[in-house]
Design a protein around this ligand. Structure first.
Ligand code: FAD
Length: 502
């Protein structure tokens, strides 16, 4: 048997040695605040990193609030007189480039504030800011109701996605998550605790939605609910022709609710990447691999129709519609019938798989873009074919699917391309190694350059700019309102400095 005391001693030494490489600067909070600031190496280490695994931002300490009042006390103190330290709410730290970090300041661990209360009439849920979307789903679905707009991955916090937009395959029908919020409780950079909605403190409400954490900390969101279906018919179809693929996608997102699909996305199988054909029957998998090899790129249209027993007959009509009207490669359609929960939580299985292979905690130089419909073919030719497909190899996933622009509310801070009715959502979600991360980052830079040079009017999502002029360009005509709101709600510029805007 191994020498247990020796192993425990060695483990203890390692635990304290590893994180102690990360040293935080000292913050002293007055006793009267009655707040516990965690400064132990493991708390600091966790709060210094994010999913992107590219940056390290070392905070001075971490607070696990037991109520919103504690956050208000902290911010009132920090904003009073000379600025003492900056503050960042951290949900799950699934940001890519330190956006939830705060150098030498205080991290508020929002997971300490979690919970879901469904209203008596089941029309909405009041959700604490640190709650994971997967827990919102669990708590609402057991009552037969559910939010209507989802990100692909549900182990992210409500406050975190509402600070960005929260986009996925239901956006074309129901809008992003920010379009499905009735009211918020927010603590501003001055420590004020304010309820806000389109009718009450509307400037704050619209500012915070997609506001990158700049105006206040969301402690409660009132989320719209609808009937929770029991199951999903989930389809993937293959195309070798890009125009046929996008034409079918665009037609499906223009269809009415009862005759159309409820969820739509799309992804690319590229000959220089890993092609996961496991959704398709075993007998088709080698044929698909051959198709990818011969065409270079195969386009995968992914849709789902949700149902329960009374609505089952509609499914037959939808399947009929898919079979008769879409021009996917004959025979290359596969369908799975899964529980609604399992469909929405589908990326968790991918996470578990990647974790078991040690491939989850690697650098993620992801690039997320919005591209107007009229320029999607140029994007495909100039970026997908001329840049992505020409890499020696790729690791990760490329998503490409359209959405309806009218589901976004321009009064909110979130930015999306203007001008056209249909906007494409692109996710170039590459994984990297510490050795090649810079190479992938330069590739991302060249994608942006090519778009600019060829007049493709992209907007980035989950972006991280370090130059003020890039932020001004990003927000365009909204920049002036965005900076005015900062002066109004966070004049000392305490909040979410990891976004590098102010
Ligand atoms: P954090 O990274 O902790 O915070 C993000 C920002 O919000 C920070 O600036 C932080 O200070 C601020 N913030 C956090 N909580 C609050 C709060 N309560 N009040 C105010 N500000 C706050 N996004 C999509 O839209 N669609 C997807 O399909 C999607 N898929 C993803 C898949 C994976 C595997 C991963 C890792 C991320 C994905 N994302 C997706 C991105 C994700 O939505 C964002 O990274 C989001 O910020 C993550 O939430 P979080 O709780 O980890 O936020």
């Amino acid at each position: 048997m191994a020498n247990l005391p020796l192993m425990i001693t060695l483990t203890t030494v390692l635990i304290y040695l590893l994180p102690s490489c990360i040293k935080s600067s000292e913050i002293i909070l007055p006793k009267s605040l009655n707040l516990t600031l965690l400064t132990d190496p493991s708390a600091i280490s966790v709060a210094s990193h994010d999913f992107g695994n590219i940056t390290t931002v070392i905070p001075g300490g971490v607070i696990c609030p037991s109520s919103p009042v504690e956050i208000s006390r902290l911010l009132t103190y920090a904003s009073n007189g000379e600025r003492k330290f900056q503050v960042a709410a951290r949900g799950q730290g699934h940001s890519l480039m330190g956006q939830a970090g705060v150098p030498d300041g205080v991290i508020i661990n929002m997971t300490c504030l979690a919970g879901v209360v469904v209203s008596d009439d089941m029309k909405y849920a009041d959700v604490a800011g640190g709650t994971l979307w997967v827990d919102v789903l669990k708590n609402t679905a057991e009552k037969g109701v559910s939010p209507v707009s989802w990100t692909d991955y549900l182990h992210v916090s409500v406050g975190g996605t509402l600070s960005n937009a929260g986009i996925g395959g239901e956006v074309f029908r129901n809008g992003p998550q920010i379009s499905n919020v009735l009211e918020l409780d927010v603590i501003t950079g001055k420590g004020e605790m304010l309820a806000c909605s389109p009718q009450l403190n509307s400037e704050l409400f619209y500012g915070v939605l997609g506001g990158l954490g700049q105006f206040g900390i969301i402690t409660r969101a009132r989320i719209v609910l609808n009937h929770a279906p029991k199951r999903a018919k989930w389809f993937r179809m293959l195309y070798s022709d890009f125009t046929a693929f996008t034409k079918d996608q665009e037609r499906l997102i223009s269809m009415a609710n009862d005759t159309g699909v409820d969820y739509l996305e799309g992804q690319l199988f590229m000959s220089n990447g890993v092609v996961d054909t496991s959704f398709f029957p075993q007998s088709d998998q080698s044929k698909i691999a051959d198709l990818v090899k011969s065409h270079g790129i195969i386009y995968v249209l992914e849709v789902a129709k949700f149902y329960d027993d009374p609505t089952l007959p509609i499914i037959g009509q939808v399947v009929d519609m898919l079979n008769k009207t879409l021009s996917y490669l004959p025979g290359f359609i596969s369908m799975h019938d899964v529980a609604y929960f399992d469909f929405l939580n589908r990326v968790k299985a991918e996470e578990d798989k990647l974790r078991s292979l040690g491939l989850w905690e690697v650098p993620h130089p992801w690039l997320n873009l919005y591209v107007p419909k009229s320029q999607i073919l140029n994007f495909h030719n100039g970026v997908v074919k001329d840049i992505l497909l020409k890499q020696n190899s790729t690791s990760g996933l490329t998503l490409l699917y359209p959405s309806n622009r009218n589901k976004w509310d321009n009064r909110m801070s979130a930015m999306v391309t203007d001008e056209e009715d249909v906007v494409y959502i692109i996710g170039i979600l590459q994984s990297a190694t510490p050795q090649n991360v810079q190479e992938v980052e330069s590739l991302n830079d060249s994608i942006i350059r090519v778009c600019k040079d060829s007049g493709i009017k992209i907007k980035q999502y989950l972006m991280h700019y370090t130059r003020k002029e890039d932020w001004v360009e990003h927000f365009g005509t909204k920049w002036s309102d965005f900076s005015k709101r900062k002066d109004l709600f966070d004049p000392k510029k305490l909040l979410s400095p990891g976004q590098d805007i102010f």
